[in-house]
Design a protein around this ligand. Structure first.
Ligand SMILES: *Cc1c(COP(=O)(O)O)cnc(C)c1O
Length: 386
């Protein structure tokens, strides 16, 4: 698979938007690679993998995975068999783990992708083992145990049963035992230590293999949470969800969109669908070329009684007003110290508006903002040779 050469970029603040585009989504592959290296340094000697599910959190796995592989990453995690097949096209040698596990009847597909399913139930173990026996091969396997998230993974009773059924595992090469934390973003949450203990107890009942508990936030909880391999996703893309210290990562994504029109409205004027926001004073409203089809959350809308999201124009943080619609967002630019004009650029995500801010102003999280980024603006990949 050949990819277009990334274009050289001006600094994001001076980014201009091509005449036929609504905006530019800038994805800094060098920053993503350098974030991975910083996390690897943080967890060494544990291995640092990378989670590239959901099209690398919406940023484009076809660009992100090769950049991480060049940085030295050898273990990738995806959610689904289809994502595994796509990842395999991008890297012939890396280990590719499928977090959703084994779908009924899906063993041949996983195998065709050369991927490793994170088996999350006895039924999955039985099916994968039967497939191994059928084809007469020992199959690489990850076992996903439930240490307290109660979402996906084998409950303790199943792990115990598996421990007494060596026949089930004899055809399998268990390379990884993993689990996932529920509250890793909060270092003061007692559930972290409880899950750590449960994971440690469960993994000792299983064949000796690499152990993995921590994702982006878990690896910030300290060395004892690193085990043999960590699986960050969000932090690689510049996310800072951890509520303790800052993760050693830098922003890797920015979104700038054009201002289409600026208008003055009088006090009492309603702006946007259903007139949910009314000007309380003579106001200047800028309309920008992005909407919920582009990933600006509709929950970032603002009524007269309730604040919503914001954008940055000429360095000023300015509030979204009225409803976010499919293609357009209206912004109150009355207080912008520099007059806003048609053709100006509004920062929607970037140095002044980190993912966490955009997420919380939309009553959501940065993860959802990333994975819902639209396909309509120009995507520019920078720094791929890092
Ligand atoms: C998504 C996911 C990860 C990555 O989580 P981040 O918070 O993005 O680092 C790791 N492990 C599992 C099981 C996941 O579902």
């Amino acid at each position: 698979m050949t990819l277009p050469e990334p274009k050289p970029l001006p600094p994001a603040e001076t980014a201009t938007i091509p005449v036929s585009e609504t905006g530019v989504l800038r994805i800094d592959l060098a920053a993503i690679a350098s974030n991975w290296r910083a996390l690897r340094a943080r967890v060494a000697p544990a291995e640092c993998g990378a989670v590239v599910k959901a099209d690398a959190y919406g940023l484009g796995v076809a660009h992100v995975l090769p950049a991480l592989a060049r940085a030295g990453c050898r273990s990738f995690f995806v959610a689904t068999p289809r994502e595994a097949a796509e990842a395999r096209q991008l890297d012939a040698c890396a280990r590719i783990f499928v977090l959703d596990g084994l779908f009924e009847g899906g063993a041949a597909d996983i195998l065709a992708a050369g991927a490793i399913p994170c088996l999350a139930s006895l039924a999955e173990v039985e099916e994968w083992s039967a497939h191994a026996q059928r084809i007469g091969a020992r199959l690489a396997t990850a076992l996903h145990v439930d240490s307290g998230l109660h979402r996906l993974g084998m409950p303790a009773a199943d792990v115990q049963r598996l421990a007494t059924r060596p026949d089930l595992l004899s055809a399998l090469d268990v390379v990884l035992v993993m689990s996932h934390l529920a509250s890793a973003d909060d270092p003061n949450e007692p559930a972290n230590a409880i899950q750590h203990q449960a994971f440690d107890r469960l993994r000792r009942m299983l064949p000796s293999a690499q152990a993995s508990l921590a994702a982006s936030d878990g690896l910030m909880l300290g060395r004892s949470f690193h085990f043999d391999l960590v699986r960050p996703g969000y932090a690689l893309y510049g996310g800072q969800a951890f509520r303790g210290s800052r993760a050693p990562v830098a922003p890797a994504v920015s979104l700038h969109v054009r201002v289409l029109q600026v208008r003055d409205v009088g006090p009492g004027s309603a702006v946007g669908y259903s007139g949910t926001w009314r000007a309380a004073r003579p106001s200047r409203i800028a309309t920008i070329a992005a909407g919920y089809a582009d990933g600006v959350a509709r929950t970032a809308s603002a009524d007269s009684g309730r604040a919503g999201g914001s954008v940055v124009i000429h360095g000023a943080r300015l509030p979204i007003v009225g409803r976010v619609s499919m293609d357009l967002v209206t912004v109150d630019v009355t207080d912008c110290p520099v007059a806003v004009r048609r053709g100006d650029v509004a920062e929607v995500i970037g140095p002044s508006l980190p993912l966490e801010t955009v997420g919380s102003e939309a009553r959501s999280i940065g993860y959802e903002i990333l994975t819902r980024l639209g396909r309509r603006f120009e995507r520019v990949y920078a720094g791929s040779s890092a």
